[in-house]
Design a protein around this ligand. Structure first.
Ligand code: ZN
Length: 350
């Protein structure tokens, strides 16, 4: 299935290039980011040597990274060290801009934001304006909708409005959790995936609080379950925004399979979080989707912020045990968690 899809995709790309190969490429002359107003950052990509066709521009904004792909365009004098400018008023928002020639007559531009932004980017093509001494340019307006949410938090500005995500790798130390047929332990999978998610979320601008970062009991070995789980809940700072507990499922029958996510009964925000996690895990993890469920798990009912517990897959299923132990698959799961968190905070993330 996947291979067939990739083949189709590369065919489409080949066709796209063939269609634009004849026109003379434009040359980029500068990229500037500045603050347009309270809700928008503008990025202007100036060019010379012809006209950029709207069909040659594609954009994708995801996880705080805006990719702009320009066909029939050369980076010109723009390099890693020169040709781009982030004006002072936009520096809270834009971290860096990189432009590269990635293929013949094709330029990729990456605009890194300091945090995940809304999924709203509009572009327009402006002709040269002699009286304003402006060259022809591609204008991108990116909404700062990071925090324009259903709650009372302030608009994201630099690090002061940083969101706090608590990641709770299930089990640890004396508690191995479930163990797969070849000996892979739930405590190691939950930790590996959580550490990878910590990295991705931190990179996307979140403050991540881990209930554990090594193979330990969070309270102490041998304490009652409630004490261990309360110690995890207590790791969340009072202003934490989300709590996500990471687990693997287990069943006596090795055929049981699939992924599921949980929220506390009647928790409105928690159920939205669980739904977004479920959608992203279904998309990236690709396992049988057992759905979004309500349950009274301790960490969810005792968290002060919206919380979800995710079961990444069945560690007792031989195939899923191997997937859960693989670094590549763990990375996908971490990305799915990160995507869900981004969608949770982004206005258009429903
Ligand atoms: Zn567990």
């Amino acid at each position: 299935m996947l291979r067939k899809f990739l083949t189709c995709l590369s065919l489409l790309l080949v066709m796209a290039f063939a269609a634009t190969a004849s026109a003379k490429p434009v040359e980029l002359t500068g990229i500037t980011a500045f603050d347009l107003n309270n809700s928008t950052v503008r990025i202007e990509i100036s060019y010379s040597g012809g006209k950029l066709d709207p069909g040659n521009v594609s954009t994708e904004l995801r996880n705080g990274l805006l990719r702009v792909e320009l066909d029939n365009a050369l980076p010109g004098r723009i390099s890693r060290v020169s040709g781009t400018e982030i004006q002072a008023d936009a520096r809270d928002f834009v971290e860096k801009i990189i432009a590269n020639k990635t293929q013949d007559k094709h330029t990729s531009i990456q605009i890194h934001f300091r945090a995940a932004t809304g999924n709203n980017v509009k572009f327009s093509l402006e002709p040269a304006n002699r009286s304003e001494k402006k060259s022809a340019r591609l204008v991108l307006d990116v909404s700062k909708s990071f925090a324009a949410q259903d709650d009372d938090r302030t608009i994201f500005n630099g690090n002061s409005g940083q969101r706090i995500v608590v990641l709770d790798p299930g089990h640890g130390g004396s508690d191995w959790g479930a163990i797969g047929p070849t000996g892979v332990s739930e405590k190691s999978v939950s930790l590996a995936v959580s550490l990878k998610a910590q990295k991705l979320l931190t990179g996307a601008g979140y403050r991540v609080v881990m209930t554990r970062t090594t193979d330990v009991d969070v309270a102490a070995p041998g304490v009652p379950d409630a004490a261990e789980l309360q110690a995890r809940v207590n790791k969340a700072p009072p202003n934490a925004d989300l709590f996500i507990s990471v687990h693997c499922n287990a069943f006596s029958n090795g055929n049981a399979n699939g992924m599921e996510t949980y929220h506390a009964p009647t928790a409105v925000k928690g159920s939205r979080l669980a739904r977004l996690l479920n959608e992203e895990l279904a998309r990236l993890g690709g396992l049988n989707n057992r759905g979004v469920k309500a349950a009274r798990f301790y960490v969810m009912t005792h968290s002060q912020c919206p919380a979800s517990l995710i079961e990444l897959g069945f560690i007792t299923n031989p195939r899923e045990e191997q997937l859960l132990a693989s670094g590549d698959y763990q990375q996908k799961l971490a990305q799915a968690i990160t995507n869900a968190v981004n969608r949770y905070f982004n206005q258009g993330g429903y």
